[in-house]
Ligand binder design. Sequence first.
Ligand code: ATP
Length: 305
Amino acid sequence: MTQEPAAVFEAVTKTYGPVRAADGVDLAVRRGETLALLGRNGAGKSTALGLLLGLDTPDSGRVSLLGGTPGQAVRAGRVGAMLQEGRAVPRVTVRELVGFVARTYPRPMPVADALALAGLTALADRRVGRLSGGQAQRVRFAVALAGAPELVVLDEPTVALDVAARGAFWEAMRGYARRGGTALFSTHHLEEADSFADRIVVLDGGRVVADGTPEELRRTTGGALVAVDLAGAPAAFLSGLPGVTEVEIRGDRARLRTDDPDATVRALAARDAIRGLEVAPPALADVFLGLTRADGTARNPEANR
Ligand code: ATP
């Protein structure tokens, strides 16, 4: 029971009219990992999470959750979900709400533990209707934890939260992950995927277009940014250097995007044009744009709302 993946998608497809919201998705979520589903609007993230939770059924392919069907796992309280919609009853306290939900599960987490994990101990007696957006979101997280789930599924958990509230939310998530919990969250925020996920799966047009650690994703492009001082030299030759795909000049500093940083740097050296050299791996944002621009919009315009 401990070795099987927490969740598995096998060749899953789901179409809505002309839109392929899931287009042959293969994915295994390992136990104990925190996995980010990253993708633009309409990439198919919510669809994938809905299929995983059994809110929808695939047209073809198979989804399994904790060794059984999504329905079985959800009913047994083995999965906690925090989806985008849903408003809590405003007049109950935080403790009452989490306690109420906990009692609906066969083997709940002690309410005090769920509150502590979500960073709500000090707010336990506050009415739910009197909370800030960030606090309310942590209450929803505590509700997702109430059944003592082995896996939590979070659809854009930090949308509309400010930086401090995001930090508090991710602190809560880390506490859950440290206890061995598995988490699958969707996000548009590259930096959140980068900082909090062990693994990132990029969806585009209903397809998995990349799957790896943040580090592996950066390496897939093989490209880099090379920056040098021009020291008064004309910049015209830079765009002709080997590997260079883009040149940006700001004041006396040139920033080159290159597919072959070694060749670019050698060519700069051959022209004695190296001053203040900097070579950096591509930002995750560049990797992401490179992966999603070509595929989704061109092949499946409907997928991009
Ligand atoms: P966002 O980041 O905007 O939440 P997403 O990556 O979660 O987007 P989905 O909500 O999964 O994307 O949508 C994928 C595609 O499927 C979109 O083109 C969307 O319009 C379409 N879609 C999703 N659900 C339905 C539905 N119930 N009926 C019709 N089309 C749908």
